[in-house]
Design a protein around this ligand. Sequence first.
Ligand code: SF4
Length: 435
Amino acid sequence: MPKTVRFYTLGCKVNQYDSEAMLEAFLVSGYSLAPHQAPADVYVVNTCTVTGTGDQKSMQAARRFKRQNPNGELVLAGCLAQRVGDKLRETGARLIIGTQYRGKVVALLEQAIEQQTQLVAVDSLSSVPFEPLTIHAHAGHTRAVMKIQEGCDCRCTYCIIPSVRGSVRSKPVAQVRAEAQALADAGFTELVLTGIHLTSYGKDLGNVTLADAIQAVHAVEGVMRIRLGSLEPAAITQPFVNALKDLPKLCPQFHLALQSGSDTVLARMKRRYNTTQFREAAERISAAWPLAAFTTDVIVGFPGETEVEFAQTMAFCAEIGFMRLHVFPFSPREGTPAAEMDGQISQSVKETRVHALIQVGESLAALYYQRLLGTVQPVLVEECLAEHEWRGYTPQYVQVICRGSTAEKIVPVRLTAIDKEGMSGDIVEPYQQKG
Ligand code: SF4
């Protein structure tokens, strides 16, 4: 019987990609995915350490799987494993690999099993090359995530990521194009380009930029949509926008990580822009894509954040008119400057501010949907909910419930209503299937 494997992935799209690549390594080595709920022979937990919650959930998953099958082999990968390495031996993990050697996960695991030992393959990340992982599928997904960049050279004062992901490394453009072609051939019409600091793509490849990678994927037959991961506001220059604005496959949804709408807080975070520069970046994008949707991340309760600074964040988010706000309470990360800063905010104040900003986010989403009401938008159909009822997403990443019958992957839908999760509408003739 082929041995079975189960994956549990925490954190960001980059971790999802790394898990997909490791899964493919197991599948080509003769393993199969463990049936749902059934104990597995091997458990892989791809950990996250971006917040304290990431650590806790990673450890809970490791302990849960060890309880589910005490004889099962446990592999701990990802950012928490990279940060604490040896300390995770107490979980009983057979293999701890961190954010390297994912391509060798099966060989390292089988080596450790053969030697009946625990193997901790966590090394420093200084001057390591881009690990050439490739995926050919993204099981159970309509869109495929492509990691084209790794690491970060910035030093935001609250962030632990550079220490667990290393410096900027990029996948060469030719490999990006080849992977996109393989995914398009596998039936993925929408590709999401992601990285730890995506806008740094190419910095280590000489005269290469993110726009080059996007244009390379845009030229791939079968790719119908390209979505971008989180972008650095400071990198949204006019030349960057000019290089992309005539690419019809590029989805006009831009995740510009704001983090705070207060210039004094941004300065304490050591972010590389202020609200004026952020506003200008958003205006450049809106000029090129009038119905562009902005999504973002905001940290509330950063050390020293006053009521005035928080009010500035609320007001700035409303001014930009984000379609979606991802709101996070500040989580002090050991080893980061912000964890040592004076003026740490109480948990209750953080919760109050998170709640208040989430409410702002909900009203901003409704305001954005208003702008799409009555328009016809191409919807990538993902799921059939009932006869003649489908769920999918617009290029702006608005969830749409649409009515009508069709066999097309992408259909034009006239958006007629706003609901809690998004919008709804009718598939426009002649895309309606006859009879
Ligand atoms: S840009 Fe800042 S927040 Fe993002 S990974 Fe780099 S250091 Fe962390």
